[in-house]
Design a protein around this ligand. Structure first.
Ligand SMILES: [Zn+2]
Length: 103
């Protein structure tokens, strides 16, 4: 999950203002106007969840391919990847889940 600043016209206060754009993976899940604080949530779960499933299911195959190619390189990068990736995915999933419940 990542947040980017973007200069947009707010649909609530109709001012041009900085907006915080929250991404869940490749998809925009939330836009917040820093001028009036209005939050727009987008239900990205229809697009996002299949994408997340695909990313999870394709992971072992990618790891096996890398293991065959360069076992040493994989071993050195594995601890960081196995720890940080599921955590990032869990944060992304929570964002999507919230947007679905509130929507
Ligand atoms: Zn606004």
């Amino acid at each position: 999950m990542s947040v980017e600043e973007s200069f947009l016209r707010c649909t609530a206060c109709e001012q041009d203002a900085e907006h915080e754009v929250v991404y869940a993976g490749r998809f925009v899940s939330q836009i917040r106007c820093t001028g009036c604080g209005a939050v727009t949530r987008l239900d990205v779960s229809e697009d996002y969840l299949p994408d997340l499933r695909q990313r999870i299911s394709s992971k072992p195959r990618r790891l096996m391919r890398r293991l065959r190619r360069d076992p040493g390189e994989l071993a050195s990068s594995l601890p960081e990847r196995t720890l940080s990736k599921p955590l990032r995915m869990a944060q992304e999933f929570r964002t999507v889940w919230r947007s679905r419940q509130d929507g």
